[in-house]
Write a protein that binds this ligand. Structure first.
Ligand SMILES: Nc1ncnc2c1ncn2[C@@H]1O[C@H](COP(=O)(O)OP(=O)(O)OP(=O)(O)O)[C@@H](O)[C@H]1O
Ligand SMILES: [Mg+2]
Length: 444
């Protein structure tokens, strides 16, 4: 697959994220560097450590959004996870190594899908034969015992034709499907569900005979199912796993969101103690260590980490120094301006206004926004952010929802109508919130 250039990555991100040029630029370069590294001869390649990034910016300005969009572009195993999910080793909960296991699982699925795609045609041919076998069991048996092959062949070919034309799609057939007969594992999972899962599945998965059960389904469905089954048989899982681990080690990316939440504030005692523990646990993974997964050992030396946090209550310097040092690139995201707000609700492909228009269109109601109305919306959102908490672009969501509440409610009774949102409409609906701070604090 083609690797995007930094500019192309930037262009893609621009379709969804307004402003934040510095952050977009940093992640674009980081992504491209993954590919560049691959092109370098091995000796030097191993020396090039990824330049981990930390994105800092107030809440609701696009940190997580950048990660989400990046994930789609990465074309590499990409895991986004909240740092707050982890607990220190020894405590009940997810240990940090699970992120490497998750990433590996993800990569295995990714490679498996690609391989399946490659054998798709072959699998389809085999699946067709199996469908015909099921539909014509008697003929098959006859063939084997009496050798009336010719007769069997012709009816088989006729059936094949009808199958290809889709005429048999609705017919019911019976298939053996594997039964998911794994015992409930949570019962004894104090040391982490996935670990148990991994051990038990591997232990018993191979010893216990694979149970199957009969299930009736339509030919069409059965065909899809058999394609899946045949393609599984056609791909070499050992190869898939090897390739997947290679990808994780060489080009894997982990996005650690909410990293500020595990930064210590002041040296308080109490429930916060294990946060620093989590940071210490993360250290070796970022630095480079080997993690055991059910697919084998995975080295983390070259996995790229992008961390993000609002650092509203804490500062990056509240992270333990060793961890700070492992994120050499810092980018600040800017607070959003009124102009940014305007662009955010109108421009991106998933822009709020587009969303509402599409939603109401399903009720056959047309929605129009005058330019002044949108300006008023952004103005009000900005002012409420100033008056109460600044929650960034998320304010637009609450404001828009309130603004369109009545129209949304009555839309089914207003089929065929068109609503034009004017500045006055916005003022009428939302003006009172501006006058009363309390109101906006609770409602918007
Ligand atoms: N720069 C932006 N461009 C477009 N949309 C944005 C931007 N910033 C925020 N949004 C919108 O606001 C929502 C919240 O943003 P996001 O989840 O990225 O916040 P965040 O920076 O991760 O905040 P937090 O620190 O609270 O996690 C997003 O779903 C997105 O729709
Ligand atoms: Mg976020």
């Amino acid at each position: 697959m083609k690797m995007l250039t930094p500019k192309e990555i930037m262009d893609e991100l621009n379709r969804y994220i307004i402003g934040q040029e510095k952050a977009k630029k940093a992640v674009s370069i980081a992504l491209r560097n993954r590919w560049r590294r691959q092109m370098i001869p091995k000796e030097l390649r191993d020396e090039i450590a990824p330049k981990n990034i930390i994105m800092i910016g107030p809440t609701g300005v696009g940190k997580t959004e950048i990660a989400r969009r990046l994930a789609k572009l990465a074309n590499a195993p990409f895991l986004k996870i909240e740092a707050t999910k982890f607990t220190e080793v020894g405590y009940v909960g997810r240990d940090v190594e699970s992120m490497i296991r998750d990433l590996t699982e993800l990569a295995v699925n990714m490679v498996k899908k690609e391989e399946q795609e490659l054998v798709k045609e072959k699998a389809a041919i085999l699946a067709e034969e199996r469908i015909l076998d099921i539909l014509l069991p008697s003929v098959k048996r006859q063939q084997e015992t009496e050798g009336t092959a010719e007769q069997g062949d012709s009816s088989r070919e006729k059936l094949r034709l009808r199958f290809r034309e889709g005429k048999l799609n609705e017919r019911l057939v019976e298939l053996d499907v594997p039964e998911r007969a794994l015992p409930i594992i949570e019962v004894f999972s104090a040391s982490g569900i996935e670990e148990m899962d991994m051990q038990i599945r591997d232990l018993f998965g191979n010893i216990l005979p694979k149970k199957t059960k009969k299930r009736k389904m339509k030919v069409k469905e059965a065909y899809e199912f058999l394609i899946q089954e045949e393609s599984k048989k056609l791909i070499d899982m050992d190869k898939v796993v090897k390739e997947a681990i290679e990808r994780v080690e060489q080009s894997g990316i982990i996005f650690l969101d909410e990293i500020d939440k595990i930064a210590r504030r002041d040296q308080t005692h109490g429930p916060d103690v294990s946060r620093e523990g989590v940071q210490r646990d993360i250290l070796p993974i970022v630095e480079g260590t080997t993690v055991t997964t059910k697919y084998g050992m995975v080295k983390t030396d070259h996995i790229l980490f992008i961390a993000a946090g609002a650092f509203h209550m804490s500062k990056p310097s509240d992270l333990i120094p060793e961890l700070q040092g492992r994120f050499p690139i810092r980018v600040n995201l800017d607070p959003l301006t009124k102009e940014d707000f305007y662009r955010i609700i109108t421009e991106p492909e998933n822009a709020l206004i587009k969303q509402y228009k599409a939603l109401l269109k399903t009720e056959d109601v047309e929605l129009e926004f005058e330019k002044e109305a949108i300006e008023e919306i952004t103005d009000i959102s900005q002012r409420i952010n100033e008056m109460t908490e600044n929650i960034g672009a998320r304010r637009l969501y609450t404001v828009m929802e309130k603004l369109l509440e009545d129209i949304s409610f009555s839309a089914p009774e207003k089929k065929g109508e068109k609503f034009t949102i004017t500045k006055e409409y916005v003022r009428n609906r939302l003006g009172e919130f501006l006058e009363k701070e309390d109101l906006s604090r609770y409602i918007l």
